[in-house]
Ligand binder design. Sequence first.
Ligand code: 0X9
Ligand code: ZN
Length: 420
Amino acid sequence: MRSLLVSCLFASLALSTVVPRARQKVDYSGFKVLRVSLPEQRGDVEAKIEELAAHVLNPGKVEHLDVVVSPDKVDAVKKLVATSKVINEDVGAALAEEGEIKKAEFSVAAVPSESWFTAYHAYADHITFLRDLQAGYTGQSEIITTGTSVQGRTLTGIHIWGSGGKGSKPAVLFHGTVHAREWISSMTVEYMAWQLLTKYSSNATVKALVDKFDLYIIPIVNPDGFVYSQTSDRLWRKNRQTVSGNSCVGRDINRNWPYKWEVPGGASTNPCSETYKGQAAGDSPENKGLRAHVDSLRDSRGLSLYIDFHSYGQYMLWPYGYDCNLVVHNDAQHRSLATRAAAAIRAVSGTRYTIGPACSTLYATTGDSTDYTDAVGNSTYSYTYELRDTGSYGFTLPANQIQPTVRETWEGVVSMLKDV
Ligand code: 0X9
Ligand code: ZN
């Protein structure tokens, strides 16, 4: 008995050095979402709200913040601001509508079917999905890795090419799930890969697109955060990196890219904030791997198009994030591609996107991916997509909206790929 206890203890200690054991899952029953107005001098009030809130859903937003607050802290938050309203009475009940994480049933080495896109999935199943998809198309795809996360997970993606052969065409790069809680983005990015490979031989449009580019598709660039959002806190956003001397965890990988990282205003220097930028430019391991990949594509065949898939809000945004007065040299071309892509999406389902330069259309960010891919990666086009919805469900989009979302977004992406 004693030796059993000792070996269990040893096993759990050994496990904890690899992946810290998840604490009990956060129960959001009774938590509310408050929409609070901010004063002109927002700094102090914002910091106090961040301290009281369990999460800020739209950090950086100028007009108002949407904050998730436990029932006992609602009054304290309300006292800090001039106006507030409850926009969700029970976050726990809203999360329950999202649908369970489905345990996937993979048949041996079969290409995944479209039913994959009817549910959300565990991280390990996402990796199996990619491997099974790739295994069905070994002549025109390979699994790629672009570095390692804080907890040692490999950033995994798929490289797809067409008739010109591997590595012969300009590069297209898609990223998903840099923000852990944005689950619809993993599904959407996977749908792009699935469509490109499964439709290549039957659909002339798809064939032409795959023949035109080398496509690099990484559905989950923040695996530790994603796993944490499934095991511990559904509303987790950042990675799982610690900061010495501080108990708060996580850098916002989308504030960590080493371009204009040092500019003040578009990210937080507080490790407890949702938008913590890190201690130095590019100091998250996830960013190091992603950046090396962007740099190597730039140095080989050049990047034609980069899309970073997020949720929510239904926006298509392009550089710059760090300065609201700067206009990118090919702003007009960015706008015209986005106009056509948004129209293509709307034609499928009526879903409306707002388009524009990131800073002036949404809010300022420093160290975000698209500023880097534009200015350092020399990508001809760089976009952030904010997928469905506009806030009714937010990050916890119900599973029955996965297929409508991925199908409409596919049409937007096809439109962009044709136009590039
Ligand atoms: O804040 C972000 O990183 C993105 N929004 S999200 O709600 N998914 O977190 C937006 C990034 C786009 N860049 C700018 N708005 N500057
Ligand atoms: Zn995001």
